[in-house]
Structures are given as C-alpha cells and as structure tokens.
Design a protein around this ligand. Sequence first.
Ligand code: RIB
Length: 301
Amino acid sequence: MIVVAGSANIDLVAQVSHHLEPGETLIASGYAVHQGGKGANQAVAAARLGAPVRFIGAAGDDDFGDRIVADLAAEGIDADGVQRFRGSSGLALITVDDGGENQIVVVPGANGQLDASRDLAGAMGGATALLVQLETPPAFVNAALAAGRAAGAEVILNAAPASPLKAFDTAAVDWLMVNTGEAAFLLGETEGKTRNQTADQAERLAAQYDVGVIVTLGADGALWIARDGSQGHVPGRECTVVDTTGAGDTFAGAFAAARAEGQSVEDAIRMAGVAASLSVGAAGARAGMPDRAAVRAAMND
Ligand code: RIB
C-alpha cells in the first residue's frame, strides 16, 4: 500500500501565449477546470500504474470538495482519509503558455487546515511507501513523516513547492525528491546549468540531510545519489509537450509505485521518467498520466 499525505486542489487553468509581466493583462485563448494538488496528483499517478493507494488530505464543504473526493474514489484510491472542512477547497490558479510551461498560484483552502491532530499512525496500516510534499502545513507534514518512519515505510519527501527544510523533520526521510530549481533553492544557490553542477548539488543535499536525493532534470531525465553513495543518471525520453503541469507529481507517484512493487531505485526512476514524459502530452495535471499499459508500451519503444 502506498500512502500519500498531501494537498488536493481544483486547478483553474488559462491557456496564454506567454506568462504575465507585473502590471500586464492578457487575454487567454482557452480555459479549463482540472483536478489537481500535488498530493492528490501523486496518488492518482501511482494508482493508474496499478498500485493500491490511500490518500490522506482535506477538501472543503463546497462543490469542488465533492468533486475532489469523487474523482479520487473513481481512480480506485482509498479516499476515506479526506477530511472535509467548512469553507473552500484548495484552488490553483494556473497559466500555461504556448511552450507548455506553467505558472501557479495556490490558494490552500482546506489544505491549510490540516494539522497534527489526524490519526496518521492509523492511516499507515500496510504502508510500504509514503509520499509527502510541502503544499500542506508543516505540522501535518511532520506528523505524516513521523508516522511513515514509525510504520517502516520508505519515506519519500517531494520538497515542492520549494520551501526551506528547517521546519521539517528530515530525519524521518529516506528520499528527498526535487527538481533542479528546488535543489538550488534548498542550497541557496543558482540553478545548476549542467548535469554535473546539479549532481554536485544533489551530493551536498544528500550529505546535509543524510538522505538519498533524486533530482528531476526535465528533458535530461533524472539523477540520484543514494544514502550508500551509489549514484546514477537515467536519460530523458523524447516527448511532445503540451502542458508540464503535474509532470513532477507523475514522476513521484510512479517512483513510489515502482518501489512498492520491489523495483530497484534505477528501474523505478526509469519507469517514473517514462510516466512523466507521457504525462506532459495532454492539458491538465492528470489527463496525460499513463496507465501501466501505456508505460510498458513506451518503455519498449
Ligand atoms: O504540481 C502541479 C500541481 O501544483 C497542480 O495540480 C496545482 O494544483 C498545484 O498544486
């Protein structure tokens, strides 16, 4: 069982020719409402690959909240751990430009009400992997990390959106998963311009936090350094980019799914990269997330 503790949002997405400058007004060429939220997206990515998934999070008592819960259940995810709060569900205001790149403003809504009072230890029953992100309050993140560690699950912290880690219990983390921008942010440095520079940043993050580190590199794939010092790189896969929203979530969910079924770190990263490359081919965080058959087909290409 994979347990995902994190945010669930409704994504309000405008398609734009380019991203806004301060003070600029743009006319969008299209608009769509999608399911989103880093936590819920990662849960869906893992479930589509056939993993049993339990999601722990929050939704408002609005129509969006009903849709969040119904959609998770429709994906075969155990959504009994979605707590309903009075008020609005989490929202993400997203623009996607012609190159498929996004800008996102997150309104936490119900996600912001999550705290350490949840029975997270109880929610870990049967968990082999736990996935957590930084889109919910630190008290909730830390309670989840501690419960995952106590349950003996492989604990994966996707440090997104980028936030300083000093508020978080990194001692409970096995794998820190970041993109190049997040890796640089955590070190207070500029983004690595080459794979070697990013590998060096990953090595220093691994030493600083005593964790394994996985860095996604966009079109260049992903690199990792494990706690035992072993490291490697898996190349990217050529793909058509319509919308990169949710690519990192697809990678995280697919990695957890692969690890939960016993794949090696390298194989899990390879499968996660293929899943992420497929996910960017459709508009919306989840529309392009592949099922197992699609991943298998792409891996045999
Ligand atoms: O990672 C993509 C997600 O970030 C979107 O679905 C949006 O909801 C924000 O949480």
